[in-house]
Design a protein around this ligand. Structure first.
Ligand SMILES: [Ca+2]
Ligand SMILES: [Ca+2]
Length: 81
Protein backbone atom coordinates (compact mmCIF):
# COMPACT_ATOMS: atom_id res chain seq x y z
CA UNK A 1 0.00 0.00 0.00
CA UNK A 2 2.82 2.37 0.88
CA UNK A 3 4.44 1.74 -2.49
CA UNK A 4 1.31 2.75 -4.37
CA UNK A 5 1.19 6.05 -2.48
CA UNK A 6 4.84 6.73 -3.33
CA UNK A 7 4.28 6.04 -7.02
CA UNK A 8 1.27 8.33 -7.11
CA UNK A 9 3.18 11.17 -5.45
CA UNK A 10 6.05 10.72 -7.93
CA UNK A 11 3.64 10.77 -10.86
CA UNK A 12 2.06 14.00 -9.61
CA UNK A 13 5.49 15.60 -9.09
CA UNK A 14 6.56 14.64 -12.62
CA UNK A 15 3.33 16.02 -14.07
CA UNK A 16 3.81 19.32 -12.27
CA UNK A 17 7.44 19.59 -13.46
CA UNK A 18 6.40 18.91 -17.06
CA UNK A 19 3.70 21.58 -16.83
CA UNK A 20 6.17 24.17 -15.55
CA UNK A 21 8.63 23.49 -18.37
CA UNK A 22 5.96 23.69 -21.05
CA UNK A 23 4.58 26.91 -19.60
CA UNK A 24 8.02 28.50 -19.69
CA UNK A 25 8.73 27.44 -23.29
CA UNK A 26 5.39 28.95 -24.28
CA UNK A 27 6.43 32.26 -22.73
CA UNK A 28 9.91 32.07 -24.29
CA UNK A 29 8.72 33.03 -27.77
CA UNK A 30 12.20 33.46 -29.29
CA UNK A 31 13.35 30.14 -27.78
CA UNK A 32 16.64 31.40 -26.32
CA UNK A 33 15.91 29.75 -22.97
CA UNK A 34 15.64 33.12 -21.20
CA UNK A 35 12.60 35.25 -20.55
CA UNK A 36 12.96 38.88 -21.53
CA UNK A 37 10.82 41.65 -20.07
CA UNK A 38 8.73 41.72 -23.26
CA UNK A 39 8.20 37.96 -23.22
CA UNK A 40 7.07 38.07 -19.58
CA UNK A 41 4.91 41.11 -20.30
CA UNK A 42 3.15 39.19 -23.08
CA UNK A 43 2.42 36.32 -20.67
CA UNK A 44 1.70 38.51 -17.63
CA UNK A 45 0.17 41.81 -18.85
CA UNK A 46 0.15 43.12 -15.27
CA UNK A 47 3.96 42.78 -15.07
CA UNK A 48 5.76 46.00 -14.25
CA UNK A 49 9.42 46.92 -14.61
CA UNK A 50 9.70 46.71 -10.81
CA UNK A 51 8.32 43.14 -10.89
CA UNK A 52 10.81 42.20 -13.58
CA UNK A 53 13.77 43.76 -11.75
CA UNK A 54 12.78 41.92 -8.57
CA UNK A 55 12.56 38.58 -10.42
CA UNK A 56 15.84 39.13 -12.34
CA UNK A 57 17.95 38.58 -9.24
CA UNK A 58 21.33 38.55 -11.05
CA UNK A 59 20.37 41.69 -13.02
CA UNK A 60 21.43 40.34 -16.43
CA UNK A 61 18.26 41.69 -18.03
CA UNK A 62 16.65 38.29 -18.55
CA UNK A 63 14.87 35.77 -16.34
CA UNK A 64 16.32 32.25 -16.44
CA UNK A 65 14.65 29.01 -15.31
CA UNK A 66 16.02 29.28 -11.76
CA UNK A 67 14.86 32.88 -11.34
CA UNK A 68 11.47 31.92 -12.77
CA UNK A 69 11.17 29.06 -10.28
CA UNK A 70 12.01 31.32 -7.34
CA UNK A 71 9.52 33.93 -8.58
CA UNK A 72 6.80 31.31 -9.08
CA UNK A 73 7.39 29.74 -5.66
CA UNK A 74 7.42 33.18 -3.99
CA UNK A 75 4.25 34.26 -5.82
CA UNK A 76 6.06 37.22 -7.41
CA UNK A 77 4.39 36.85 -10.80
CA UNK A 78 1.43 39.17 -11.23
CA UNK A 79 -1.65 37.09 -11.93
CA UNK A 80 -4.97 38.49 -13.03
CA UNK A 81 -8.27 37.66 -11.41
CA1 LIG B 1 13.44 34.47 -24.83
CA1 LIG C 1 18.65 36.96 -14.69
Amino acid sequence: MKKIVTYTATAIALTLAATAVSAQSEIDTDGDGLLSYNELLAAYPAMTEENFTAIDTNSDGAVDADEMKVATDAGMLPTEG
